[in-house]
Ligand binder design. Structure first.
Ligand SMILES: Cc1ncc(COP(=O)(O)O)c(C=O)c1O
Ligand SMILES: C[C@@H](O)[C@H](N)C(=O)O
Length: 363
């Protein structure tokens, strides 16, 4: 019998709080296609203000937020976007910018800290003199925090420098800010300052902020009106969407201040896991709510086997390859959950070692 479930698979797993459910039940709504749903309008107005942009648009998912943003910036056939080779847009969004938008991706290597070398970004920009044979570079995409790099933060200085490169070459800058509030809290930089250089930002409400559904795109009035039309084209125009936006407004009010605690608990677990022989976490790279746990070879088990064993204790997480586990914190993970998870990790590792010794005939 599992004592309890501790879901560390992602910050997308949170359940709506009672306050969110009550706000959803009493949300003021209207048809957001024929006019403006009042709760949606309130959310979009609040998010645009928070991020220092002219306007905002609520969309069903972060994937759609990125797709719409790239397609609005790259609305001419033959466009190319520069993005990280390990970015969410390039790896986890089914190549939508190409398959649906005809936008050509030009990847630049992501460094371990989530950045791309600025000289490599500049070198990837197509020379307009080669327009007969080259796609036309129109956009640079960054990701902050960077998911596949373990939730690493891009500094405001780095972001501003990429913004300068974009301006110098007449390009636009989009930030996949699925976890931009995590970055803002971890860096101690106001979120509007962190994204100041960007022409557009996608923000996930359904991750660390804990809303059940949705993302928001922010940008100029003209950009958002084009984005609104494209959202409808993609089937993302929603009617009484205020039911979802009401929950997101509660999330904004209640959960931004909890992000720092998520980050602290992640550090606590990382330190504890490093005390377990056969597991290692690079604690210097645990900057926000995510971490990667390396399962050392000598442990006699694999990441997926350990993942399965931990599930038997109620600890849910993701195996990334044969020797790496991913752990993601959110506001519904408590301090006692951290201690419970540590004890389960220790038991699962001990069991793995015992089974390994038994099969190898060791004492
Ligand atoms: C960095 C990043 N961008 C975008 C997304 C896409 O968001 P969604 O799952 O809502 O499509 C995710 C994860 O889901 C993500 O981690
Ligand atoms: C896996 C990825 O698509 C998701 N955004 C997550 O971080 O859980």
């Amino acid at each position: 019998m599992v004592a309890k479930i501790v879901d560390l698979r992602s910050d997308t797993v949170t359940k709506p709080t009672e306050a969110m459910r009550s706000a959803m039940a009493s949300a003021e709504v209207d048809d957001d296609v024929l006019g403006r749903d009042p709760s949606c309008f309130r959310l979009e107005t609040e998010i645009a203000k928070l991020l220092g942009k002219e306007a905002a648009l609520f969309v069903p998912s972060g994937t759609m937020a990125n797709l719409i943003s790239v397609l609005v910036h790259c609305d001419i056939r033959g466009s190319e976007v520069i993005l990280g080779d390990d970015s969410h847009i390039h790896i986890y969004e089914n190549g939508g910018i190409a398959t649906l938008g005809g936008v050509h991706p030009r990847t630049v290597k992501n460094n371990e800290d989530g950045t791309m070398d600025i000289d490599l970004i500049e070198a990837a920009i197509r020379d307009p003199k080669g327009e007969l044979v080259y796609p036309t570079t129109r956009l640079i995409c960054l990701e902050n925090t960077h998911g596949n790099c373990g939730g690493r933060c891009l500094s405001v200085e780095y972001t501003d420098r990429v913004g300068e490169v974009a301006k110098k070459h007449g390009l636009k800058l989009h930030i996949d800010g699925a976890r931009i509030f995590n970055a803002s809290v971890a860096l101690g930089v106001p979120v509007d300052r962190l994204v100041q250089a960007a022409d557009s930002v996608s923000v996930c409400l359904s991750k660390g902020l804990g809303a059940p559904v949705g993302s928001v795109i922010v940008g100029s009035n003209s950009f958002i009106s084009k984005a609104r039309r494209l959202r409808k084209t993609l089937g993302g125009g929603m009617r009484q969407v205020g039911i979802l936006c009401a929950a997101a407004l509660v999330a904004l009010q209640e959960n931004v201040e909890k992000l720092e605690s998520d980050h602290k608990k992640a550090k606590l677990l990382a330190d504890g896991l490093n005390e377990i022989k056969g597991l290692s976490v690079d604690t210097s790279s645990v900057e926000t709510n995510m971490m990667f746990v390396e399962v050392e070879e000598g442990l006699g088990t694999t990441a997926s086997k350990l993942c399965k064993d931990l599930e038997d204790y109620g600890i849910l997480l993701m195996a990334i390859g044969s020797s790496r586990l991913r752990i993601v914190f959110h506001h519904q993970i408590s301090a006692s959950d951290v201690q419970y998870a540590l004890s389960c990790f220790q038991q699962a590792v001990n069991n793995g070692v015992r089974n390994e010794n038994a099969t190898s005939g060791a004492d």
